[in-house]
Ligand binder design. Structure first.
Ligand code: SF4
Length: 392
């Protein structure tokens, strides 16, 4: 993977207005909601005891899911930890739990609601915990793009594929149009299947996962990929570009993984001779090319578990996870790929005060922050999720 041969130029970030923690409503956002409630003070010395007591009082009625990028103070109360898809599956495997408390972000809670029983309620401790990547693909924008593809006469050749990290609306769109959901673990399989159904893929919302998978795992050229910018007329592309493209990539990215640069890779290689650079496929194309290994969150965890004692690893993914991995492997040198802090700010909105508040509300008989996907959207999204589960 060494060497950068592409002429690819990274686009500038999509400007997004982030809500202040717990303040206001943003209807254009994937979360689109505000955060109610009187939270305990973060300085309350009894928070751990209060969470422990509330969780014990709820017993099997509650099942707490913790995404790998969550803070330690929250993860300690998770019944299971995992990536977004594993957590949704785990929620579905617990039909007896009345309440699923999802310590993650909004699109993950939506997927859990789609996959769980109607009687179960999925709760997000802070409704402002969205995902900037998911917010970059809004249904209206995607439908506008699709109409343009229809006008060009290419829509019958296109299979829409959406990354798990997208809103239920987008998954529903993909299901309605005979496409598939993918994760960072099965993106290649999803693309292989899609190219058996059609000659083009419309990949949402993460341009990097789409490009990295097509170019580095499937042998496509960078020129086979075009970038559809929803903020420009016709995506900023000519008809000819769209007609010739094999991968139409949505202009979305993860604001956390997008921070790693090729300079981060060069710098760590100079500083730590022999270091293994291990990155997530949401990183930019040139970073992934320069890395030694690339893989999903679960892959990163397995790679470090299997690494020999004494080996050195620079890991390009969210900082809470990298720190936990470093602590779990004291016999290995595990470091963060970048010199600067790189948390997922929206994941970090779920903190111990929000978790305590959520659990104590449930004990008191009130059910806060329920995430519900409407029936039609859930039905359509389920088609795309089931297609993913049926991938060969
Ligand atoms: S790490 Fe990136 S993709 Fe994951 S929730 Fe945060 S912004 Fe979204």
């Amino acid at each position: 993977m060494a060497g950068v041969t592409s002429t690819w130029t990274e686009p500038s970030n999509t400007p997004l207005t982030l809500l202040l923690l717990g303040k206001g409503t943003d209807p254009a956002s994937e979360r689109g909601v505000d955060c109610p409630g009187d939270l305990p003070a973060p300085s309350d010395p009894d928070l751990v005891a209060r969470a422990t007591a509330a969780k014990a009082a709820l017993g099997d009625r509650v099942f707490v899911l913790g995404h790998h990028y969550q803070r330690d103070e929250v993860i300690q109360f998770a019944d299971v930890t995992g990536d977004s898809f594993k957590l949704a599956q785990q929620a579905a495997a617990r039909p007896d739990a009345e309440f699923i408390v999802f310590c993650g972000v909004h699109f993950m809670a939506e997927s859990a609601d789609i996959l769980t029983q109607p009687s179960q309620r999925v709760i997000l401790p802070d409704l402002a915990a969205g995902c900037s990547m998911a917010d970059m693909a809004v249904l209206g924008q995607v439908e506008t793009a699709w109409e343009h593809f229809q006008d060009l006469g290419i829509v019958d050749q296109i299979v829409p594929v959406t990354y798990m990290n997208s809103s239920a609306d987008i998954k529903g769109f993909v299901g309605r149009n005979s496409g598939v959901v993918c994760t960072s673990s099965n993106a290649k399989r999803a693309l292989d299947w899609s190219f058996e159904q059609g000659s083009k893929v419309f990949f949402l919302p993460d341009q990097h996962l789409g490009r990295n998978t097509a170019v580095l795992e499937m042998g496509f050229e960078l020129d086979d990929c075009v970038l559809y910018d929803p903020h420009k007329p016709n995506g900023g592309l000519t008809d000819e570009q769209l007609i010739n493209a094999r991968m139409i990539l949505w202009r979305g990215h993860c604001s956390v993984h997008g921070r790693f640069t090729i300079d981060s890779v060069r710098e760590v290689r100079e500083r730590v001779p022999g270091v293994n650079v291990l990155v997530h496929p949401e990183c930019r194309h040139e970073v992934v090319r320069a890395a030694d290994q690339v893989g999903s969150t679960e892959y990163i965890i397995r790679a470090l578990d299997a690494a020999p004692a004494g080996s050195a690893w620079a890991v390009g993914t969210e900082l809470n996870l990298v720190r936990r991995l470093a602590l779990a492997h004291p016999d290995k040198q595990v470091m963060f790929l970048d010199r600067t802090v790189c948390y997922c700010s929206t994941m970090n909105r779920i903190d111990l005060p929000h978790l305590v508040w959520t659990l104590e509300e449930l004990v008191a008989g009130r059910v806060p922050n329920v995430i519900t996907v409407d029936e039609k959207t859930a039905h359509d999204a389920r088609i795309a999720l089931d297609q993913m589960l049926a991938l060969p």
